[in-house]
Write a protein that binds this ligand. Structure first.
Ligand code: UDP
Length: 435
């Protein structure tokens, strides 16, 4: 451990998805963006960040630099291909062994803190932090008990094993990082977290990448007609994200006002994920059933720079999810100068602020009312867009990292004073029991 107040080395754990994977499909989404953005910024401030993720190809060199000061270790745990996220609990022992083996080459007290992302990583972080005698900082990203309470009709519930695993991580962590006060409350209410362990650190948006710009130029860049009315959905295609609610609302809108057909373009950006993988074509089929094939453009996941153009090209971005612990898409859209229509759930009220409209429930008529009302009202959209840009400006990743560094420092100080509830193992005891 470095003797100053500075955080020297952070071990980040992201077992089930790699920060090197492009977000927008499969298991790669907001968590990956969070890990990339915070790791890079911590490193820019002088920390050395090592990220441990499961190897999903034999050809991956180990470790891979992800920019200055950030290394990604690919840990072998189970076959490279064919394992779903639900299979990973059976590989956690192998993953933990791989992390221990990598760290065995390091001197004692190499890391200052372990930051685990998602409960699977928390299970490994629990052991790693104990072994290295450092604090475990954990971010849930999503929680089974929250998700199960808000399932889309017919969607599969998260298994009890996950709930139990999450509860164990809540107990083992020195600090729990929540995205919003609401999530902090869920940790206390649903998982019995000690309130003083929970710190709220809002996630962020890359304010240099996502900023307002010329809509006509953005439309040319992504191949949209300049005079269209453009509504977007951006995210991993799965029932939880409710892209079907958007299509049903659009169908209702064009039924009410058939002239809209001539101008309306609905962009759906992203690929199948989670339970959406069971029927990867379901959304395309729904669009066909609703007679919307000519209006809807399905676009495979796009990289960040192109995504910024899509946001700028849009008149509205919709986030109809049944739950979001925050909803990065909402704040990225606002930062790009586009108002948002979002479900009033989870972290979305915080992410949207006064830059959009919140909708209670998932009734297609209600969604059609809000989307239609805003599409007809240029002045209101402009006012929301201006408010949204101001709102998003408060969510830069630098602020997230300021707060995270403070959480790390506090967790380290409390641990060295023996206040974080973990048994303190003096160095000489470690030496005595070591072979
Ligand atoms: N994303 C992307 N390209 C796409 C679709 C999504 O880069 O084609 C990114 C999006 O910009 C956002 C993330 O994936 O940063 C999704 O995060 P969000 O919090 O909205 O949802 P999550 O994936 O965490 O459920």
């Amino acid at each position: 451990m470095i003797g100053t107040d500075r955080i020297g080395r952070v071990a980040m754990l992201s077992v089930h998805t790699s920060p090197l994977d492009p977000p927008g499909t499969g298991d790669a989404g907001g968590l990956n963006v969070y890990v990339v953005e915070t790791a890079r910024r911590l490193a820019a401030r002088g920390a050395e960040v090592e990220i441990f993720t499961r190897a999903t190809a034999g050809s991956l060199p180990a470790p891979v630099p992800m920019g200055p000061g950030v290394l990604v270790h690919h840990v072998s745990a189970g076959p490279y291909e064919g394992l779903a996220k639900d299979d990973l609990p059976g590989q956690l022992c192998a993953f933990a062994a791989g992390v221990m083996r990598t760290a065995a080459g390091r001197p004692e007290h190499w890391y200052d803190v372990v930051h685990s992302h998602y409960w699977l990583s928390g299970q490994v972080g629990w052991l790693a932090a104990d072994r290295w005698n450092v604090p475990l900082v954990h971010t849930m990203h999503t929680m089974a008990r929250v998700k199960n309470a808000l399932l889309a009709a017919g969607d599969k519930a998260e298994p009890p094993g996950r709930e139990i695993g999450e509860a164990q991580v809540v107990e083992a962590a020195s600090v729990l990082v929540a995205n919003t006060e609401e999530e902090a409350g869920d940790l206390v209410r649903l998982y019995d977290a000690e309130p003083e362990k929970v710190h709220v650190v809002p996630p962020g948006v890359d304010l240099t990448m996502f900023r307002p710009g010329d809509q006509a130029a953005a439309r040319r860049a992504v191949g949209l007609p300049e005079d269209a009315l453009v509504v977007l959905f951006v995210g991993r295609i799965q029932p939880l994200k409710a892209p079907d609610v958007l299509l049903l609302a659009i169908s209702e809108l064009v039924e009410r006002d058939p002239a809209l057909r001539d101008r309306l373009v609905v962009g759906v950006l992203g690929g199948p994920s989670g339970t959406g993988l069971e029927k990867p074509e379901a959304l395309q089929e729904l669009a066909a059933q609703l007679g919307l094939t000519d209006l809807v453009r399905f676009v495979p996941p796009v990289a960040r720079r192109e995504l910024a153009d899509w946001y700028r090209a849009a008149d509205l971005v919709t986030v109809p999810s049944y739950n979001e612990s925050f909803g990065l898409v909402a704040v990225e859209a606002l930062a790009s100068g586009t108002p948002v229509v979002a479900a009033a759930v989870g972290g979305l009220p915080v992410a949207v602020g006064d830059g959009g409209v919140l909708v209670d429930g998932h009734d297609a008529d209600r969604w059609a009312d809000e989307i239609g009302g805003l599409l007809r009202d240029d002045d209101r959209r402009r006012a929301l867009a201006e408010a949204g840009v101001r709102h998003a400006a408060g969510f830069g990743w630098d602020r997230t990292v300021d707060l995270l560094e403070e959480v790390y420092r506090q967790a380290r100080a409390e641990r060295s004073q023996g206040l974080d509830g973990m048994p303190q193992m003096p160095d000489n005891v470690l030496t005595l029991v070591s072979p």
